[in-house]
Design a protein around this ligand. Structure first.
Ligand code: PAF
Length: 282
C-alpha cells in the first residue's frame, strides 16, 4: 500500500498532477470518508486503469453551508481519511486550506445553478448549490481530470454538476455512482454519525419509504407517493422537508418509464436525504 502524495495548496498540487496524456480521475469529498467514498475511488481507479492517476479532494466548503447549518461541527477526520485513500490506492490527495482555495475571501463571481438549484434541496437550503457548483468548478479547473465521480446519494447535486459541465463546456466526463447502503438500507452519509441510536432506527424509514414507493411503480405516480408517504407517516419523529417524484433529469415526471423518488427529512438536529429510481408502468 503506497501512501498518497498529499498536496495542501495549489502549487503543491500543480507539482504532482499527471503529465499530458496520462488519464486522471477526481473524487471530490468533504472528508469523513466512508464506504460510499470508497466506491467512488474504486470506480475512479477502474476508469483510469492502474497506470492512470486517481485524485481525491478533501475540503469542507464553507460556501455551500447556510447560516445555522453544520459547517463548524461537520466531521473532520484527516488521519483516517489519508489511511482510507492509501487503502484504496489513491495517488494524490488535494486537501487545500480555505485561504488557498478562496485567497480573496468569498468569491465575487460564482456559478448560478439555474432554476433546478432553487428547487428540492435548493428550496430548503438557499444558496447551497451555488456554493457546491462554484467549488466543483474550481476543483475541476485545478485538477483537470478526464473523469469526475459523484455519488447518486446526492442526486440533485449530481444532476446539477452534469448540467454545469454540459452548459459551460467543461471537458471532464461526469460519472454517477450508485448509493452505498447499510445492510438495513440506510444510505451512507458522513452525517449519519450525528444520529443517536434511537434516531438511527428512525432514519432507516427513509429508505423503507423509497422502497415502498418503488414497489408501487406499476400502479403509477400517485400510488408511489402514497405508499412512500404512508411509511414516513408512521414516524412522528420525522420532519419531512419534501417527498417528490421527478423525471430522471429532475424535471416534472412525464408518463411511464424511469423516474426518481426523492426524500429529505430532519430527525432531531440531523437532516438526511435519500433517493431511488422507480419504474412507472403508467
Ligand atoms: O458531495 C460533497 O461531498 C460536496 O458537496 C462536494 C461535491 C465535495 C463539494 O463540496
Amino acid at each position: 500500500m503506497d501512501t498518497p502524495v498529499v498536496a495542501h495548496d495549489r502549487s503543491e498540487l500543480a507539482g504532482v498532477l499527471p503529465e499530458a496524456g496520462v488519464r486522471s480521475a477526481v473524487v471530490m469529498t468533504m472528508g469523513a470518508l466512508h464506504e460510499g467514498h470508497r466506491a467512488l475511488m474504486r470506480a475512479a481507479r477502474a476508469a483510469v486503469s492502474p497506470d492512470g492517476v486517481v485524485i481525491v479532494t478533501i475540503f469542507v466548503n464553507p460556501l455551500q453551508f447556510g447560516p445555522g447549518e453544520d459547517f463548524e461541527r461537520y466531521p473532520r477526520t484527516p488521519d483516517a481519511d489519508v489511511a482510507t485513500c492509501a487503502d484504496e490506492g489513491v495517488d494524490v490527495i488535494f486537501a487545500p486550506r480555505r485561504d488557498d482555495l478562496y485567497p480573496q475571501g468569498e468569491p465575487q463571481v460564482t456559478v448560478d445553478p439555474g432554476p433546478l438549484g432553487r428547487e428540492l434541496e435548493g428550496a430548503v437550503r438557499p444558496g447551497h448549490f451555488g456554493g457546491v457548483l462554484t467549488v466543483v468548478a474550481k476543483l475541476l479547473n485545478l485538477t483537470r481530470p478526464a473523469y469526475a465521480f459523484f455519488g447518486e446519494k446526492d442526486y440533485q447535486q449530481l444532476t446539477l454538476i452534469r448540467r454545469m459541465a454540459a452548459d459551460l463546456e467543461m471537458p471532464a466526463e461526469i460519472i454517477g455512482v450508485p448509493t452505498v447502503r447499510e445492510p438495513d438500507g440506510l444510505a451512507l452519509s458522513s452525517r449519519n454519525r450525528y444520529l443517536s441510536a434511537d434516531e438511527r432506527r428512525v432514519g432507516v424509514s427513509l429508505s423503507r419509504a423509497l422502497l415502498a414507493g418503488a414497489d408501487a411503480g406499476p400502479s403509477g405516480g400517485a400510488a408511489v407517493l402514497a405508499a412512500a408517504r404512508s411509511v414516513l407517516d408512521r414516524h412522528p419523529e420525522l420532519d419531512v422537508d419534501y417527498l417528490e417524484l421527478r423525471a430522471p433529469n429532475l424535471e416534472a415526471v412525464a408518463g411511464p418509464g424511469a423516474a426518481r423518488l426523492l426524500v429529505a427529512a430532519r430527525i432531531g438536529a440531523t437532516r438526511l436525504i435519500d433517493n431511488l429510481e422507480v419504474q412507472l408502468s403508467r
